[in-house]
Write a protein that binds this ligand. Structure first.
Ligand code: SF4
Length: 370
């Protein structure tokens, strides 16, 4: 495979989503919306094409329909503040839990240490913040196993070791390009993260769904190969995956990322700071009000519109904003006032819940002792 056709799970750039279909063989989510509707109201992320592709998600929907056990596996790297890009993943967990799935949420502390070089005390601090945010948003702790990669159960570690025996260096390099030892460990640990709910010790969840950004597809492909190779020994089968668009940075460049503070609004930002960031956010507006009235704005390039699309707006506001913006009836200054109000209301409510949960967070996750 040419290097131009590799996806980089540790990179910061947005990739061309079309390649996922043409080169890597994923399927469009829109073909499954009818099946989703049979299970109840479809979440906006799926209706609005943000979760846009899948591998074997049809099998997961069938399992949910029959009331069979389904696990959703996802992870967060505790390497910076919890922002709206993370909230999008939380919303998918909450939705799939409402359809009957159990969540396994890994805090990728080993990866934060090896790949991002973060000190352990920082990692622990962020871990508590992440878990408290997830529960405050509505992740149901009674239907969730939160764990850290360095502080979990024995069979999980055995699975990492077994996975390492089922893949060659050449195969890993074909998927990831050049690899350092830390990244090899991180990739094999992710294999165990995704597959371990299938083991009897963790509940024997044969149907596993992993919501990811397209840049994480290398991990999915590696895991699906290894699942088949481990099948005769531990009974694992290929996990399913869904793919969501990554939120762009509010500064208008690259993806929203914890490692670029100018790119995100954190759910824990003091509200005045969050509002200031939103007021300065990149829009699809024209250079002058006159030009905007004449030509209309470009909501598809606008980070305010993207916040509406992913998080803040109901269907009515979303479509009105799009049409008024395109027709030049709405100016960015006016629209930002609406966005500020919605953001403020959301953050006030969320931060109140976050505060209540934060002090009890160690009831939900076992922190490592070092
Ligand atoms: S009017 Fe609103 S949606 Fe349109 S470009 Fe300006 S901020 Fe974005």
């Amino acid at each position: 495979m040419a290097s131009a056709e590799r996806l980089d799970p540790w990179g910061h750039v947005l990739i061309d989503y079309r390649k996922l279909f043409t080169v890597f063989g994923v399927k469009p989510m829109k073909d499954l919306l009818e099946k989703l509707r049979e299970l109840g109201p479809v979440h906006r992320l799926y209706r609005r094409g943000i979760v846009f592709a899948h591998r074997d998600f049809d099998k997961i929907l069938e399992a949910l329909r029959k009331g069979e056990k389904v696990a959703i596996v996802t992870g967060f790297m505790p390497s910076g503040p919890f922002h709206f890009g993370h909230k999008m993943v939380a919303d998918q967990i909450i939705y799939l839990q409402s359809l009957g799935a159990r969540a396994f949420i890994v805090i990728a502390d080993a990866e934060a240490y090896a790949v991002r070089g973060l000190p352990r005390n920082k990692i622990i601090e962020y871990t508590k913040i992440y878990v408290a945010n997830l529960i405050a948003l509505g992740v149901d702790p009674d239907k969730t196993t939160f764990y850290m990669q360095t502080s979990y159960e024995e069979p999980y570690y055995r699975l990492i070791q077994m996975a390492s025996a089922k893949v060659t260096m050449a195969e890993m390099e074909a998927i990831y390009g050049d690899l350092e030892p830390g990244k090899i460990m991180a990739a094999l640990t992710q294999v165990a993260d995704i597959l371990h709910p299938q083991l009897d010790e963790f509940g024997g969840y044969k149907y596993v769904i992993v919501p990811v950004g397209p840049d994480q597809d290398p991990h999915i492909r590696l895991t699906r190969d290894i699942a088949e190779r481990l099948n005769s020994e531990v009974g694992t089968i290929k996990p399913a995956a869904t793919y969501h668009r990554l939120m762009r940075g509010i500064d208008g460049s690259g993806k929203m990322s914890s490692s670029r503070p100018e790119s995100y609004i954190s759910l824990n930002d003091p509200i005045d700071i969050a509002v200031k960031k939103l007021r300065n956010a990149f829009t699809g507006g024209r250079a002058t009000a006159e030009e905007q009235r004449r030509l209309g704005g470009e909501p598809e390039k606008c980070s305010i519109y993207e916040l509406y699309l992913y998080h803040l707006a109901d269907d009515e506001l979303l479509s009105r904003t799009f049409l008024d913006c395109r027709a030049g009836r709405l100016l960015c200054g006016e629209d930002k006032l609406v966005a500020v109000k919605l953001l403020r209301e959301f953050l006030e409510e969320h931060q109140k819940r976050f505060k209540e949960i934060y002090d009890t967070v160690e009831d939900y996750i076992r922190l490592p002792s070092f």
